[in-house]
Design a protein around this ligand. Structure first.
Ligand code: AKB
Length: 314
């Protein structure tokens, strides 16, 4: 029986991952932790503990208290926030990761943490970006992610920790909004389309980025964690994605359901520069080969579901 501690459990991914894992492995077997408590399903429907990931002792103490066998480290600052607070981002993203890896090493836990398309940079091949390629990111977030990918590999090779991870694209969900990311526009646009029938994008038309709907992201985590380790050549930082679009294509898809919807542009130079340094679309064939990665939602089916669920929510 699995017993999992999740950091950043009330964040964009964590809040849905916690609920899904509780359904799979039992309510008491998934311990949600976060720096703050919110009035959410993840916080209220199972064990919850306050945890600042910079506090190594408390992370160890909680992992022992609940006798967990797995740690999923989701707490991190996203790309735009990291760019505005680079020193804090280094301390939190790297300090939190080291604490989680050390906890996994000492207690012999299975380990998951997400990397990102942000681990690529302007001289990475932009289209069909290979799994193994040039990684010279120009953002603090990207520097953190590359270092994190390498650390997770290091802990596997050096100490035998069962580390696993993926490179997530922008994730789209109707449950918990993201905060401080470059791809957040692709979530905000759905909220604004329903509330106001228009959206002003901070990312320019013609800017293509990889995206994935949250149910596919959660399946990817579960399937990778359950994959036969003898088949995993890479273990960490698998490229995964489901679709690539620019704001115009996304707006056109929304317009099919909300005919009066309009998109305008007020480009934010910081987030635009980050987006310009990332790939247009990445190649996921290695994840497919090694553990059967497959996404079920494309732009059209995701938009139908997002609009339906958000209309009910709002
Ligand atoms: C961000 O935009 O920072 C994240 C990511 C792609 O890692 N959504």
């Amino acid at each position: 029986m699995k017993k999992i501690l999740i950091t950043g459990a009330l964040g964009q991914i964590g809040s849905e991952l916690t609920v899904k894992l509780r359904e799979m492995y039992g309510q008491d077997n998934v311990i949600a932790t976060d720096i703050r408590k919110t009035d959410t399903e993840a916080a209220n429907n199972g064990p919850f503990e306050l945890l600042d990931v910079m506090d190594a002792n408390k992370m160890m103490e909680l992992s022992k208290k609940y006798n967990v066998d797995t740690i999923m480290h989701m707490a991190a600052l996203l790309s735009a926030t990291a760019e505005s607070k680079p020193v804090f981002a280094w301390n939190l993203n790297m300090g939190g990761l080291m604490n989680a890896l050390e906890t996994a090493r000492e207690l012999n836990l299975q380990f998951f943490t997400p990397s990102s398309i942000g681990a690529f940079g302007p001289n990475t091949p932009k289209d069909n970006t290979p799994q193994d390629t040039i990684q010279r990111p120009t953002t603090m977030y990207g520097v953190n992610k590359v270092a994190g990918e390498m650390l997770a590999d290091y802990y596997y090779h050096r100490f035998g920790v069962d580390t696993r991870g993926v490179r997530f694209p922008g994730l789209i969900s109707y449950v918990t909004p993201p905060g401080g990311g470059t791809t957040d526009y692709a979530v905000e646009i759905y909220y604004e389309a329903i509330k106001n029938g228009k959206y002003t994008s901070y990312i320019d038309k013609g800017t293509y980025m990889d995206m994935m709907y949250m149910p596919d992201a959660l399946d990817a985590i579960v399937n990778l964690m359950e994959a036969d380790p003898s088949k995993l050549i890479h273990r960490n930082a698998f490229n995964v994605t489901a679709m690539s679009f620019d704001p115009e294509e996304l707006a056109a898809e929304i317009k099919k359901h909300i005919p009066g919807f309009e998109i305008a542009y007020d480009v934010d130079p910081v987030r635009q520069a980050i987006a310009d340094s990332w790939p247009n679309s990445i190649d996921t064939s290695v994840a497919a080969e090694e553990w059967g990665f497959k996404a079920n939602y494309d732009l059209s089916s995701m938009t139908v579901d997002m609009l339906e669920k958000l209309k009910a929510k709002l």
